[in-house]
Write a protein that binds this ligand. Structure first.
Ligand code: GAL
Length: 414
């Protein structure tokens, strides 16, 4: 890990409030994939706070998480790193730390007592060799089901609690001429739907065991077969224009009532809020149908490239400090659709869906994480996405074949 003298960094960071010259020197290029309306609005809350404290923000948006992560890594390997870059904390970020590509923000983390203020799971995931390699800024949930209430009324259905109930409801929606599932046909989105089915059919223990062990017996199990059968049964419920669609366009289908349901992380709720809809009013939220209650957490974070020069390091420290300021945490997360990463930030001003997430997370039994946070190596993550997407987009692959391809892909990649 690129060690730089804490004293120098802290000195530069604390002296930033003095000279204008030094102020402007604190330029941070921020590379990220937040290009949707709500994502931009949320990020602007951080930018405004950073600039209010004398920082200079250079924005480098790159559409699509995969593209942005690849760009950040290529820039680092090419010797032209971005000062700060968005990355989901987890195994992939560790692989960058392994290569010595990252800087730490320990000075701020100590100053701001992150060890106490962040959930242990996030502290553990944001550290490498005891160093904070990322500033975690939120907790998103991946197993949400957003729905258009009018569409459900039109089809005379209730919010489904199990997948068999969902399939019955979807048939009634079809009869009523409403697209049951608004889905963006991209591998990462198909994986999010698949994981909600996996959790819903197998239960939280099975989900946790599967992704933390990648155990072949679980991959070959009858439970996994049932997961693929249920996933396959959902294929007829998306519209033909689904392939390639962006997630926020699918969210808009639910907001407009062109589709009844979207299975997506609560960044979709950011779009609902940005559209002027109070979550829980015309658009409702529930956890995807499941046999038990769980919350698949994914944590957005910003990481810091290893760079020479006190100015870049001071800008990185300032950015990390600003991102975890309670006011910024509230302003950012309210627009982003997520909940604060900080434990001691009051949640009472958040919407009903966020309240549901916060209440649920009080029970540690409900805590699950997305694959990256389970330490699944990036090669395996890629194989998981590809095999799920191949199955979803295949007209003739049987659930058995889909299961076998998933199993093979994982055992080959791990
Ligand atoms: C995820 C990220 C979310 C949201 C989503 C869609 O990877 O964690 O914050 O931005 O991509 O862009």
């Amino acid at each position: 890990m690129k060690k730089f003298s804490k004293v120098a960094a802290l000195a530069t960071f604390l002296s930033a409030g003095v000279s204008a010259g030094a102020l402007h020197a604190q330029t941070a290029e921020v590379l990220h994939w937040w290009t949707s309306g709500s994502e931009q609005a949320a990020l602007a809350e951080i930018r405004v706070a950073f600039e209010a404290q004398g920082g200079k923000w250079v924005d480098t948006p790159i559409a699509g998480g995969g593209n942005a992560r690849a760009a950040a890594v290529n820039r680092m390997l090419g010797g032209d790193p971005a000062t700060v870059f968005q990355f989901s904390i987890g195994q992939q970020l560790r692989e960058l730390a392994d290569q010595g590509l990252l800087a730490d923000v320990n000075a701020v983390a100590e100053e701001e007592n992150w060890d106490e203020k962040l959930p242990p799971l996030i502290v553990q995931a944001a550290k490498y060799d005891g160093d904070y390699i990322a500033a975690p800024i939120n907790i998103h949930g991946e197993n949400w089901m957003f729905y258009n209430k009018e569409a459900l009324e039109k089809a005379g259905i209730e919010v489904p609690k199990s997948w068999p109930e969902f399939i019955d409801a979807a048939k009634k929606l079809e009869d009523a001429g409403i697209v049951p599932i608004g889905l963006g046909g991209q591998p990462w989105q198909e994986r999010i739907l698949f994981n909600s089915v996996l959790l819903g059919v197998g239960g939280r223990e099975f989900y946790a065991q599967l992704y933390s062990t990648l155990d072949d017996e679980l991959l070959a199990s009858d439970t996994m077969r049932k997961v693929f059968e249920t996933f396959a049964a959902l294929k007829p419920f998306v519209d033909e224009a689904s392939p390639g669609r962006n997630w926020n366009e699918a969210t808009n289908m639910v907001i407009r009532g062109d589709a009844a349901f979207q299975f997506m992380g609560d960044w979709a709720k950011g779009e609902i809020i940005a559209a002027g809809v109070e979550p829980g009013t015309t658009v409702g939220c529930a956890f995807a149908p499941a046999v038990d209650t769980a919350y698949i957490m994914t944590v957005d974070a910003f990481a810091f490239s290893a760079m020479d020069g006190d100015e870049a390091q001071a800008a990185q420290q300032k950015m990390a400090q600003v991102m975890l300021e309670p006011d910024v945490q509230i302003a950012f997360n309210k627009k982003k659709g997520s909940i604060p990463a900080l434990l001691d930030v009051p949640g009472d001003s958040f919407d009903a869906c966020a309240q549901k997430a916060m209440t649920t997370l009080q029970d540690k039994e409900t805590h699950l994480v997305s694959t990256g946070l389970f330490g699944v190596p990036s090669a395996v993550s890629g194989a998981i996405d590809d095999s799920i997407s191949n199955f979803w987009n295949s007209a003739d692959m049987s659930p058995e074949q889909g299961q076998e391809e998933f199993r093979q892909a994982i055992s080959y990649a791990k």
